[in-house]
Design a protein around this ligand. Structure first.
Ligand SMILES: [Zn+2]
Length: 443
């Protein structure tokens, strides 16, 4: 039993959204009580006290789309890599990199990414994995790391035709195998989805094989119309829009995550809304790849649930929160739009999508919710209350201010020190894997 207290508490629970000196009491994997620190200490004297030291106590942040596998690319400079468009980025960097990823490099990438998540207060993640150098067993390797570091992880493998028939078959099997493994393990820290790269690298035959292998067991985690390549390919080869292709194979629905949706038209948005699928926006990645700006505000108007990811551009969800608002305002040419939508994406919709996936309330601090709690080192110098907490988070807090993180009722980081991991040794191992990977790419 933990008592995380002595801090300003943001609960995200409408009944009691803010306590000036609040505490969260956990029992096992769940939250037992939320209240004033002195009262909680009186009621639960046996609980281990985790001191927030006057910081901000809040629900762990959720990242609805990332790629752990890209971690070892940090600082990598490839010769003759001067991409002119999105295809150039994929072919010149990411497809080269994932073709070299072995299980060992996958493990190191996952470990680096997961440590970064905990360090930035991200306690639940939806990952999209590719390691075409070594596919079988890769999701199990990541799952093991997720359990060691203690980040709730929804995992999938990105099926694509781009590596040829045998690799495609292995990718399909990797998804199906992990979905079965996840079901039998029953771990509250793990969730499985069926991963698809992007429709312009997936034939109808492959989509059919995926639908068959999945058998309706898991939702799909798919990049949809990130660039103009998807609609161009779908119209040219199939005479329909990309979202219609997904619908044709039964891949839209309330368990599916549609990543990006930059180039979706009105009819596709209607189709997506009617299916109940989620759209996940990744603003910095879209801007950096120069693919365009997703019509996030239009999707909110249409009541499509839009969540927020990072696409591995960063692990910092508060940075992504700032980026979605600034991008949408810039695109609209209006300074008076997007505030509520940006906050809803991160603090309402991401918790909803994660709660659905992991089968328990996440992103909220209340009795019975999952015990995923973070403490940010933040001292406000202006009044902070229930009505303006988002303003403080938006302008005053970034992920690196996370000092303490608890997931599933277990302390994963306390006062900036990771628990149960020798971080220096982990870093040295990751560095060695990165060197090996870079050598293979320079050859
Ligand atoms: Zn992505």
């Amino acid at each position: 039993m933990l008592l995380i207290g002595n801090g300003r508490l943001i609960t995200r629970d409408g009944r009691r959204p803010y306590l000036e000196d609040g505490a969260v009491v956990t029992s096992g994997e769940d939250i037992l009580a939320v209240g004033e620190t002195p009262e909680m200490r009186r009621r639960y004297p046996q609980a281990e006290f985790v001191d927030a030291r006057g910081g901000l106590i809040m629900p762990g942040l959720i990242n609805a789309h990332t790629h752990f596998y890209s971690a070892l690319a940090r600082g990598l400079v490839l010769k003759d890599y001067h991409p002119r468009d999105f295809r150039g980025i994929l072919e010149g960097l990411w497809w080269k990199l994932d073709a070299k990823l072995t299980l060992e490099a996958t493990r190191a990438s996952a470990r680096a990414s997961l440590i970064d998540c905990i360090r930035q207060g991200v306690t639940a993640v939806f990952d999209h994995h590719a390691s075409f150098g070594e596919i079988p067993g890769s999701l199990s390797v990541i799952a093991r790391e997720a359990e060691i570091i203690g980040v709730r992880s929804s995992l999938c493998y990105e099926v694509s035709d781009r590596g040829g028939g045998e690799k495609c078959r292995q990718a399909i099997m990797e998804n199906a195998g992990f979905i079965a493994q996840c079901r039998s393990s029953g771990s509250p820290m793990l969730h499985a989805m069926f991963g698809l790269h992007a429709l312009f690298t997936l034939s109808d035959r492959t989509l059919e094989a995926c639908a068959k292998a999945n058998g309706g067991q898991a939702g799909y985690h798919v990049h949809l119309s990130e660039s103009g390549d998807d609609p161009r390919d779908a119209m040219e080869h199939y005479g329909i829009r990309p979202a219609q292709r997904l619908q044709r194979f039964g891949m839209l629905g309330p368990d599916s995550l549609l990543i990006h949706c930059v180039h979706v038209d009105e009819s596709e948005m209607d189709l997506i809304r009617d299916s109940g699928a989620w759209v996940i926006n990744n603003p910095e990645s879209n801007m950096s790849n120069a693919v365009g700006c997703s019509p996030v505000l239009r999707m909110f108007e249409k009541r499509i649930p839009v969540g927020l990811g990072t696409d591995a551009y960063t692990s910092d969800m508060l940075q992504s929160y700032r980026a979605v608002l600034t991008a949408q305002r810039h695109q609209a040419g209006r300074p008076d739009v997007g505030w509520n939508e940006a906050a809803a994406a991160l603090f309402v919709n991401n918790p909803r999508v994660a709660s659905r996936a992991f089968g328990r309330p996440l992103g909220i601090l209340k009795e019975g919710a999952a015990a995923d709690v973070i403490v940010m080192d933040y001292r406000p110098y202006t009044p902070l209350n229930a009505d303006n907490a988002d303003g403080h988070l938006y302008f005053g807090v970034s992920g690196r201010q996370c000092r303490t993180a608890v997931t599933g009722g277990v302390v994963r980081m306390r006062d900036g020190m990771l628990a149960g991991i020798d971080e220096e040794k982990a870093n040295a191992d990751i560095m060695e894997s990165a060197r090996k990977l870079w050598r293979s790419l320079y050859r």
